[in-house]
Design a protein around this ligand. Structure first.
Ligand SMILES: *Cc1c(COP(=O)(O)O)cnc(C)c1O
Length: 375
């Protein structure tokens, strides 16, 4: 026997919907005709050109990769080659997805976590400048959390003043970069993820974006076995090229982007409306303040969050703490140094609840989420 409650379908936190097979057909046909499946083929080239000219502009150069994480590795490797910095420590934000901390370790750095600013939820360049081990730092990993806008000009200035390379993990910031909300820095690479859970996607994929052509040549070298113009490895590279199949999905998604973006924006707007009308507790974050793939509930306290999560669970609603409890709490990074307490990260991690957000959640779905807290 199942209770009536169990008969109601659980509401998932994410349910991505990408371009369907009809939208892909004309691109897949090109793959059949060219019999080029990877290695900077015509679809990958077309995708990169459209992104550079129609979407990002600003003299941007784009390197298309197999995932956001491999794009982070490519950006770090390219910076090592470009600036030849000797520092072995990497200062990493403690409030992000695990890939932000994994990528520098994979490239040979030793991570040191840094707490975030309570207003921006991101690393503060002024705080990083005061770091006691700055003389041994060879990289700073900044995150633009949930696609929030961060002060890229301040990071460019940090790099110019200190000579320390910076990578901006803006994995969820496609909306912001595409809509011109971010001015691309002159020599700091910005990395996006095109994973299915992000707003714009190629299924799996990632982008390194920069206005520094030299740096992008090195990122291309990094994702192609260290080859650049010949079959001799110029550096210790990996294989993180975007396949033609993923580029096909990326192109079809680009064709439908305006429509998808409008639908995702509408979900955020409906959440705001319903929340206000019901007088439900906490503050809702939605697009354009965060990426349109997220709707976040910021609660007043960690205790409130625990209670709300129980309410959601009882109502059959899945929610997610997208960045876990803080990167310093992950088993993989527990040995990494964090000389001071990660107070702000821990507080934010407890209070930012990812709510169900997908194109066809519908007003009924949104009412169900709001209703769970107002019953
Ligand atoms: C999604 C995400 C990544 C990882 O991207 P993948 O494409 O899944 O490898 C890295 N950092 C942040 C902040 C993310 O949100």
């Amino acid at each position: 026997m199942t209770s009536p409650k169990e008969n109601i379908q659980r509401l998932p936190v994410a349910r991505p919907q990408l371009a369907n097979y009809l939208a892909l057909a004309s691109y897949l046909k090109i793959i059949d005709e060219t019999r080029v499946y990877s290695n900077f083929g015509p679809l990958q080239t077309q995708l990169v050109q459209r992104l550079q000219t129609q979407v990002f502009g600003q003299g941007s150069h784009v390197v298309a990769c197999s995932s956001g994480t491999s794009a982070l590795v490519a950006a770090i490797t390219a910076l090592q080659k470009r600036w030849g910095h000797k520092g072995k420590l990497c200062l990493v934000t403690a409030h992000s997805f695990v890939a932000t901390a994994a990528a520098p370790e994979l490239c040979g750095f030793t991570n040191v976590f840094v707490d975030v600013d309570p207003q921006t939820w991101a690393l503060d360049p002024a705080t990083v400048r005061q770091h006691p081990h700055l003389d041994r730092v060879g990289l700073v990993m900044v995150c633009s959390p949930y696609g929030k806008t961060i002060d890229l000009a301040a990071w460019q200035k940090f790099h110019c003043d200190t000579g320390i390379p910076v990578v901006v993990d803006a994995a969820a910031s496609f909306d912001g970069v595409a809509e011109g909300a971010l001015t691309l820095p002159s020599s700091i690479p910005v990395v996006l993820s095109l994973h299915a859970t992000k707003s714009y996607s190629s299924g799996e994929g990632g982008l390194v974006i920069s206005r520094d052509f030299e740096l992008m040549a090195m990122a291309t070298c990094s994702i192609n076995h260290g080859f650049l113009g010949s079959r001799h490895a110029q550096m210790c590279g990996h294989n993180a090229k975007m396949s033609e199949y993923h580029a096909a999905v990326g192109l079809a998604e680009l064709d439908g982007w305006k429509d998808k973006k409008a639908k995702m924006q509408k979900i955020g707007d409906l959440y705001q409306e319903h929340w206000k009308k019901a007088g439900a507790p906490g503050r809702v974050w939605s697009s354009p303040d965060v990426s349109s793939c997220y709707v976040l509930l910021e609660t007043a306290s960690g205790q409130d969050a625990i209670e709300y999560v129980e309410c959601f669970d009882r109502a059959g609603i899945d929610v997610r703490f997208w960045y876990g409890a803080g990167l310093h709490k992950e088993a993989a990074f527990r040995n990494a140094a964090h000389p001071v307490a990660m107070t702000v990260t821990e507080d934010l991690s407890e209070r930012l609840i990812g709510l169900p957000c997908f194109v066809d959640i519908g007003e009924n779905g949104i009412s169900r989420v709001v209703g769970a807290l107002t019953c």
